[in-house]
Each structure stands twice: as structure tokens, then as C-alpha cells.
Design a protein around this ligand. Structure first.
Ligand SMILES: O=C(CO)[C@H](O)[C@H](O)COP(=O)(O)O
Length: 229
């Protein structure tokens, strides 16, 4: 039997988030396949007269945004981002995130952290009770990566150097990524802090306490959760 997904939940969540974008805004553009649906929709709205400026969080997003005709800007021209919309690999019930499956975690974190509001878009497959089934991406400086990997292993992770097409994957920032298996990340903030203290670590895929709103599509229905912290 072939199971065909009845609804495109990523597309639904992305299009629901776009309704929060208003003309005049500077919008942080996340990365990933869910965000790509958002870019398509923003492109259509721009054709219809929406005036925004986007700040992309990856070269892939930048390329696609340009193809869709979305006007872009950068940090030399803005002091604030009104709204950022991004995807995630895992989302826990505190709306903490595990991100970086697409390898864009550093730029995503910079864009998301700068935004006055961060909306996360996802289908239901991303909702978990505890982060960590997905290996945690950690971006590291290439020099001495073997040592950084050993130090991460001492914290209880099992790091694997990310490869693509049989070559070491290199991020948009020229760095490597270690996908680190931690069984059950019980305290994401603490783990993030410990990893950040290791020399050679640039950034982790743990986005703790950053989400303002989660838009998740489940079986064709949208649920919106607002972080009231
Ligand atoms: O963190 C990310 C990329 O670094 C993405 O947001 C995350 O991987 C979600 O991707 P998708 O929408 O394709 O499931």
C-alpha cells in the first residue's frame, strides 16, 4: 500500500505565517523546505504590491528569494528586523528548537536573534516531547576539528562530521558541521552553554527561548501557539 500525504502541511504553515507580514517590514527569511513555500508566497504578494525587504539566512534562501523577486537588504542597511520566519527540525513543548539540518544554523540564529518577533513554521512531524532524536548540528571551525569532536564526545555526544556527496560539507561561513547524537537533551540551555564554551565551536543548533510564535499544520489544520514567557 502506498501512503500519500493528503495535505501539504509545510505549505499550509508557511502561508499562514505570511499573513503576519505587512508592507514596510524588514523580514528575516529562514531556510529550509518549509521556508521555501513561504518565499514563493511572499514573491506572489510582492508581485501584487507588498513592499518589504528581506534578510536571507542562507545563500540558498538568498538565491530563491531573488528568483521570486523579493527585494533584499543586509545588516549594513538595517538596525532592526521586524519579523523573522524560520523552520525547525525539532520543537519541544517550551518552543525550544533544534535546528541546522540544512546547515544554515549560524546565519539563521543571527537573523532570528535580531528579530523583534520570531515565528516558527512546521508540520506536525517536528513536534517532540524532548529534543535530541535528531542529531544536534554544531558548526565548528575546520582547524583542529578532530580535537573539537573529541571535546564534544566528552560532553556525552557522538559527533559525526557532516558529508555531502562524499565530501566534507562546508557551511555558507566556510565551516564544518558535526552532527552530534545526544540521547535526550534534558536541559537544552545548559547543553548549548557547555558546547559554546568549547574552543572551536562557532554555534549550536539549539535555539532556546527564542520562539515567539509557533505555527504548526497538522492534517490540514493550522494551530498557532504563542510563547507567553
Ligand atoms: O534549520 C534549518 C536549516 O538549517 C531548517 O529550518 C530546518 O532544517 C527545517 O527544514 P525543513 O523546513 O526543510 O524541514
Amino acid at each position: 500500500m502506498i501512503l500519500v500525504e493528503q495535505f501539504n502541511n509545510k505549505k499550509l504553515a508557511a502561508e499562514a505565517a505570511v499573513t503576519y507580514i505587512k508592507s514596510g517590514m524588514t523580514v528575516g527569511l529562514g531556510s529550509g523546505s518549509t521556508v521555501n513555500w513561504m518565499l514563493k508566497k511572499i514573491g506572489e504578494l510582492v508581485q501584487d504590491g507588498l513592499t518589504i525587504k528581506g534578510i536571507p539566512s542562507s545563500i540558498k534562501t538568498e538565491t530563491l528569494a531573488r528568483e521570486y523577486g523579493i527585494p533584499l537588504t543586509d545588516f549594513s542597511n538595517v538596525t532592526t528586523i521586524d519579523l523573522a520566519i524560520d523552520g525547525a527540525d525539532e520543537i519541544d513543548d517550551q518552543l525550544n528548537l533544534l535546528k541546522g539540518g540544512g546547515g544554515s544554523l549560524v546565519r539563521e540564529k543571527i537573523v532570528d536573534a535580531m528579530a523583534s518577533e520570531l515565528i516558527i513554521i512546521a508540520d506536525q512531524s517536528k513536534i517532540v516531547s524532548q529534543l535530541g532524536a535528531f542529531s544536534l548540528p554544531v558548526e565548528i571551525v575546520p582547524f583542529g576539528f578532530e580535537l573539537t569532536a573529541r571535546n564534544i564526545a566528552e560532553l556525552g555526544g557522538v559527533p559525526t562530521l557532516r558529508k555531502k556527496d562524499n565530501r566534507v560539507f562546508v557551511s555558507d561561513n566556510g565551516n564544518y558541521i558535526l552532527d552530534c547524537k545526544f540521547d535526550n537533551i534534558q536541559n537544552p540551555k545548559r547543553l548549548h552553554e557547555k558546547l559554546k564554551l568549547l574552543v572551536g565551536v562557532v554555534e549550536t543548533g539549539l535555539f532556546v527561548g527564542m520562539t515567539d510564535k509557533l505555527i504548526v499544520a497538522r492534517n490540514g489544520k493550522i494551530e498557532t501557539l504563542v510563547n507567553t514567557r
